[in-house]
Design a protein. Structure first.
Length: 160
């Protein structure tokens, strides 16, 4: 009878050992999974102090705000140019149409954050040679006041 008790105890010990081994392995996998979530999928959150007198806007000094005008008879060019600029980290405002003109141009604001470098970059993207400050003698009725850059897409622009 004593030998039967010993065999029974040995079998229980084996099952307990197997259970503890499997539990330890599962806990290890669970730990690695949680650790990877905590270290690789962290949110990139930027906290900004609020100023009661400041206007709330999605515009920042870091990302240039651009608006595109279509100066051709071909529909959709301003929208396409806006999408391309947004993919290059520009903030794209609603595109609009203007009267036809033979030459494309990129205009930039000179007050506030200087945007000449970004205007030249846009000129290079679309092969536009005219890059200059906003003309004082010309108004664009549909231009958003937040626009820092205006791209006029004429027939000579390369949207390739």
């Amino acid at each position: 009878m004593a030998s039967m008790l010993e065999d029974h105890d040995i079998k229980n010990s084996s099952w307990i050992g197997i259970f503890l081994l499997v539990t330890t392995i599962l806990m290890g996998f669970l730990f690695i999974w949680f650790w990877s979530i905590l270290t690789t999928q962290a949110l990139d959150i930027e906290y900004v102090e609020e100023d009661e007198n400041a206007a709330v806007t999605a515009v920042s000094d870091e990302r240039p705000v651009v608006q595109v005008a279509n100066a051709t008879n071909q529909d959709g060019l301003a929208g396409e140019a806006t999408r391309r600029l947004q993919s290059r980290d520009f903030v794209g405002l609603s595109p609009f149409n203007i009267d036809n003109q033979p030459t494309s141009a990129v205009y930039f604001k000179t007050d506030g954050v200087p945007r000449q470098t970004q205007a030249e970059q846009i000129g290079n993207i679309f092969s536009i040679e005219v890059v200059e400050p906003f003309p004082e003698d010309r108004e664009f009725a549909q231009l958003d006041p937040e626009a820092e850059l205006l791209v006029i897409i004429g027939p000579d622009a390369d949207l390739g």
